[in-house]
Design a protein around this ligand. Structure first.
Ligand SMILES: [Zn+2]
Length: 477
């Protein structure tokens, strides 16, 4: 039974969609004015696993993730660079989709864009005015926060605490500093559309109410996004949507993924520590990045450092090394009992528990340790046991989209990338290993140790296997 932590109720709850067998899910996408970064990638990968797992559970899932393509930041970039807003958003939407494809994030059912839904937004604003929850002021329209009962119920904030907060800006056009813009009157040089209040453009929050309700209906099952969007964006979105329909809750379950920190600092433009995905994927294999993003529970903060990425790479390499050994061991008569049965049990219990990919990864590595021990004892698996493990891993990979590379290929690729940083070629390393083997046969222990030390000084670590062969790996901190 799938349970998930609902921000709205502050509880872990059994998942029961509004309509049996069907799931409707909306996740806030990017504002397309710059390259996407690790925080965007985390949200996309987290909700990709949610999407894939719901499909694995045989739900018919409609998944909507939007693009914000009209916004202050896009307009500013256009003014700064002389490029049109359309050219800017087209460029970064395309780049986002390329990075997500590399990270094996499935395309949602629809990826609607804000500028293609202005009519729907105007319609919602008219209904909010008719319901007495919004007012025009000059050519702007504002949502009147104090008129909506229940404002603050998602982020668990009290209106009066918000009011006394020092960060609320005073705007003469607003009745109350807490009110937020639904429609902004046109300014010279900015994109504009016709509306009953004159030419202008929508405020940010109304687009998600318009696009979610258009594709999913007035009420749906799951609303997701990064924790940074919980307030004010999601709070406002919920107030708008429920304010229009008079029906609550707008979304039944609200899921929020945690922040990504960089070297223990919050990632932010002002600190200048943003890591763009094109830069990260130029340095690290996409499977390592995806593994890193899923090795913590989605709601926990995640700290990106060179060390944490190196650890992720080493973990995956250990995983594939064991698999490689397992598959290449000649067929025998034994079935390593635990791994085959346990792996899938761990998989489903972990993901049923609020999509706990961290527990899944931990459980899988427990099985890898057991497999290693089995092989270290010189035991040989049956051909059927090998096939069963491959099939089990494929079922898991259909949901997490990691752990399904060809082990030999993965190891070779990592080795090749490591070799580029080494002073030795692969041939030189293999020649040293051959020479060391001959030295050992001749009981020339001194030469054998010299070779081991020489290679170690070049970050190449030798590993003597129980079957008499010698493997090597690159250890670069
Ligand atoms: Zn949104």
């Amino acid at each position: 039974m799938l349970k998930l932590y609902n921000t709205l109720t502050h509880k872990k709850e059994p998942f029961e969609p509004r309509e049996s067998g069907k799931v409707r899910m909306y996740v806030c996408g990017i504002t397309a004015y710059d390259e996407c970064h690790l925080g965007h990638a985390r949200a996309a990968v987290v909700f990709d696993v949610v999407y894939r797992y719901l499909k694995f559970l045989k739900y018919d899932v409609t998944y909507i993730r939007n693009f914000t393509d009209v916004d202050d930041k896009i307009i500013k970039k256009s003014a700064d660079t002389g490029q049109s807003c359309e050219a800017i958003t087209a460029k970064y939407i395309q780049s986002y989709q390329e990075q997500m494809t590399r990270l094996r994030v499935l395309a949602p059912t629809e990826e609607p864009r804000a500028t293609q839904h202005i009519k729907e937004m105007v319609g919602l604003i008219e209904r909010l005015i008719a319901n007495g929850l919004a007012y025009a002021s000059g050519s702007d329209v504002f949502f009147e926060v104090r008129k909506f009962r229940g404002y603050g119920k998602l982020s668990h904030k009290k209106i009066d605490d918000l009011e006394s907060g020092a960060r609320v800006e005073i705007d003469e056009k607003k009745k109350d500093p807490l009110d937020f813009a639904l429609w902004k009157g046109a300014k010279p040089g900015e994109p504009e559309w016709d509306s009953p209040w004159g030419k202008g453009r929508p405020g940010w929050h109304i687009e998600c109410s318009a696009m979610s309700m258009k594709y999913l209906g007035e009420r749906f099952d799951i609303h997701g996004g990064g924790r940074d969007l919980m307030f004010p964006h999601h709070e406002n979105e919920m107030a708008q949507s429920e304010g229009v329909t008079g029906k609550a809750p707008f979304a039944k379950y609200w899921l929020h993924n945690g922040f990504v920190n960089i070297n223990a600092e919050k990632m932010s433009k002002s600190i200048g520590n943003i890591r763009s995905m094109p830069a990260i994927l130029a340095q690290w294999d996409p499977e390592i990045v995806r593994y890193f993003l899923l090795s913590n529970h989605y709601a926990s903060p995640l700290d990106f450092t060179d060390e944490s990425m190196t650890n992720a790479r080493e973990a995956l390499r250990r995983f594939y090394e064991t698999l490689n050994r397992f598959y290449q061991t000649p067929d025998g008569a034994e079935t390593p009992a635990l791994p085959l049965a346990e792996t899938e049990k761990v998989f489903q219990t972990s993901l049923d528990d609020d999509f706990n990919t961290a527990a899944l990864v931990g459980g899988l590595f427990d099985q890898i340790r057991i497999l290693n021990k089995f092989l270290d004892e010189g035991r040989r698996p049956t051909a059927a046991a090998k096939k069963e493990l491959v099939a089990g891993l494929q079922r898991i990979s259909a949901v997490v989209a990691i752990f399904d590379a060809d082990p030999a290929e993965f190891l070779q690729k990592q080795k090749d990338q490591g070799i580029q940083k080494l002073a030795l070629s692969e041939k030189q390393i293999n020649d040293f290993i051959t020479e060391r083997k001959q030295a050992r046969l001749a009981k020339n222990w001194q030469r054998s140790d010299e070779i081991r030390d020489t290679l170690a000084s070049h970050n190449v670590v030798l590993k003597d296997n129980p079957d008499g062969t010698t493997g090597w790996e690159i250890k670069i901190a």
